[in-house]
Design a protein around this ligand. Structure first.
Ligand code: C2E
Ligand code: MG
Ligand code: MG
Ligand code: MG
Length: 280
């Protein structure tokens, strides 16, 4: 312990802890201002059909342009926001913006879906599901055009209510995808709930496909999805080689910097208009 190592050690740890607490406070206090002053925005990363090369949807990814800290990545601030009720405000903001952007896209393309990432706490909130459902109705968004991405981990905290919760989202016409699949610690039991629409194979498996040992694991995930008649997305495709292999292995959809980087809504609309979205 710190005590055993003497006073100096203890004195060394303390400023670090204070620094972390300060950062957490700054993020949590700053996010309200960020919502009010429009410091938040969404980037969209396209999703492609492996078979046709068509862009079939996009994932909304949150960004925070902080006046002092610069551009903040969600990987840095979302886990901190998730520790507080503020995640509800953030999720509502994301859902609102994404739903309105989706409405614009659907004027251009009849078949398109936009996915938003939903934190565990928000997923299990009755009011959140109702809020997004009303938003969907208000904007007259057809079923299956708005989808959510949730993690395996977000289900273990609420195992007993999980099935009912997933069914509620599903009944609202919202598709449910498991994000970062293969990296969590949950059982696979929830996959039997019949509410899951697909698995997003985590990018770590894709990155280790060619030189590493993940091929049998990806094969197993595809077989699992096939046997449940649900979809598959390979995340984090960076090279043509990965793209070709994954297509040959039978993955349904692909996403990654090698296909398209996350981009602002205007750029996404432009890409859709010019039909550059069709990849060989
Ligand atoms: P995620 O949902 O798994 O999103 C994919 C992340 O991988 C994104 O990072 C994306 O930019 C990145 N990525 C995509 N293709 C590639 C690739 O080929 N190579 C590499 N190295 N990375 C790639 P980003 O935007 O920084 O988001 C990080 C995470 O933050 C997301 O992971 C998601 O868990 C979370 N997040 C983002 N937006 C939201 C949000 O609105 N709400 C919640 N609750 N979480 C969010
Ligand atoms: Mg995601
Ligand atoms: Mg992911
Ligand atoms: Mg992730």
């Amino acid at each position: 312990s710190a005590k055993q190592h003497g006073r100096n050690q203890f004195a060394f740890f303390q400023p670090q802890m204070t620094e972390e607490i300060r950062e957490h406070l700054e993020i949590q206090q700053g996010i309200k201002e960020a919502i009010d002053k429009d410091y938040l925005y969404l980037d969209y990363q396209p999703l492609y059909s492996m078979e046709s090369g068509q862009m079939i949807g996009a994932e909304a990814l949150l960004r925070w342009r902080h006046p002092i800290k610069g551009l903040l990545s969600p990987a840095r601030f979302i886990p901190i926001i998730e520790e507080s009720d503020l995640i509800e405000d953030v999720t509502r903001w994301v859902a609102n913006r994404a739903a309105r952007d989706l409405k614009k896209i659907l004027d251009l393309r009849e078949h398109f879906s936009v996915a938003i990432n939903i934190s565990g706490a928000a997923l299990h909130q009755l009011e959140m599901c109702e809020y997004i459902c009303e938003l969907k109705q208000h904007l007259a968004l057809p079923d299956k055009t708005l989808s959510i991405e949730i993690t395996e981990t977000s289900m273990i905290s609420h195992l007993d209510s999980c099935e009912a919760v997933l069914r509620r989202w599903k009944r609202a016409g919202i598709d449910i995808w498991i994000d970062d699949f293969g990296t969590g610690y949950s059982s696979l039991a929830y996959l039997n709930s019949l509410s899951i629409d697909g698995l997003k194979i985590d990018q770590s498996f894709v990155h280790n496909l060619i030189d590493g040992h993940s091929r049998p694991l990806i094969d197993a995930m595809i077989a699992l999805a096939d046997s449940l008649s649900i979809g598959t997305v390979a995340e984090g495709i960076e090279t043509d080689r990965q793209h070709e292999e994954l297509k040959a292995m039978g993955v349904e959809y692909g996403q990654g910097f090698g296909l398209a980087r996350p981009m602002r809504i205007d750029a996404l609309m432009q890409l859709l208009e010019t039909e550059e979205n069709v990849r060989p």
